[in-house]
Design a protein around this ligand. Structure first.
Ligand code: TXA
Ligand code: MG
Length: 319
């Protein structure tokens, strides 16, 4: 149990206080113009793992990376003419752009849940000031428990996440009151992934062309199933207790699988650390050209469920 501090967003020390919490890996519920977000430093893998833990999601859904301005966003995503047009027309504001991720960006791989794309948005209000003062982007899903509605007041956040997070900034009711519109520019043509604060008609008017609608309203039902440079090329074997030298070994705690290439998700058996390392280590095995990865048993507790979910997808037969 944590004592959750609630602070009005307009006080003079609100921004520095929130920055202090975020800098040390803490979680802050931030008001945005759309809904309240549950924010962590997007470059801090363990802080991002805490977001999944607190929301109680059984899988790693990719998170939106919130930036102080378009200039910051450009360091994480690859902008083409269409992206530039939409960013200058609608940022700051309730529009999220899914763009090809820029290699080598500082965003934790866990934020993208293994996808080759990144979702970027520039919010309005105190959260943009916090991001600018922190000098780093914030990963922030809506600040609700998994399966509940998105909060539009600080009290909604307190009801669901009080005593699980460090701080809630209270700016009253959110102006828009529903989530950002999500447009993907990572595919062949612009695609509406989620309707939200910016009507799609306004986007079409800005672009001078129609925007395709994604067939389902859930844009990434199973991020782990999607093609990406984090999807391991190697065959994955779960609950391994023995191993051959040619395999790659993915250990957890004291599992002690030993091979030419061995990594340990968390030598201390810390599931938060394991979640933070997961996508990075799968990518490392890819680069090493390991043909088979033997994964030690990982407890199906807390974040372990989401870690196992991702590994099970990786182990599933390929088409
Ligand atoms: O208004 C909003 O967008 C709020 C505020 C806090 O900014 N945030 C929000 O986040 O609604 P969340 O996590 O509840 O929804 C983000 C959506 C998810 O459906 C996720 O699958 C999708 O964005 N998403 C994130 N990254 C993606 C990617 N690379 N490709 C496709 N979809 C992505
Ligand atoms: Mg949500």
């Amino acid at each position: 149990m944590i004592k959750t501090r609630v602070q009005p967003a307009t006080e003079a020390n609100t921004v520095p206080n929130a920055v202090d919490v975020l800098r040390t890996g803490g979680l802050v519920a931030i008001p945005t113009e759309t809904v309240y977000g549950l924010a962590a430093d997007a470059t801090d893998g363990e802080a991002v793992a805490r977001i999944y833990e607190v929301k109680g999601r059984p899988s790693f859904n990719p998170l939106i990376v919130h930036c102080a301005n378009a200039e910051m966003a450009r360091t994480f995503g690859i902008f083409d003419d269409t992206a530039n047009k939409l960013a200058s027309a609608f940022w700051p504001g309730p529009l999220t752009l899914v763009l090809p991720h820029k290699d080598g960006s500082l965003v934790s791989p866990l934020v993208r849940a293994g996808l080759a794309s990144v979702a970027l948005r520039v919010p309005i209000g105190v959260s943009a000031d916090i991001i600018a003062a922190l000098g780093r982007p914030l990963a922030a899903p809506s600040a609700n428990l998994s399966g509940r509605v998105s909060p539009t007041r600080a009290a909604h956040v307190m009801d669901q996440l009080g005593s699980a997070i460090d701080m809630i900034l209270d700016a009253g009711a959110c102006q828009v009151g529903l989530e950002s519109t999500i447009i993907s520019l990572a595919g062949e043509e612009p695609m509406l992934l989620r309707s939200g604060g910016v009507p799609v008609e306004e986007i079409e008017e800005t672009l001078g062309c129609a925007v395709a609608r994604s067939r389902s309203d859930a844009p990434v039902e199973a991020p782990g199933m999607m093609k990406s440079h984090y999807a391991p090329r190697a065959m994955v074997r779960l609950n391994a207790t023995e191993i051959t030298q040619e395999d790659g070994a993915l250990n957890f705690a004291a599992s002690g699988l030993s091979a030419r290439h061995s990594l340990n998700l968390s030598p201390d058996g810390d599931l938060r650390e394991a979640a933070a390392n997961l996508f990075e280590y799968l990518a490392a095995f890819n680069r090493l050209d390991v043909k088979r990865i033997a994964v030690a048993p990982i407890p199906q507790l807390g974040l372990g469920a989401a870690i196992n979910d991702r590994l099970e997808r990786a182990a599933a037969p390929r088409a």
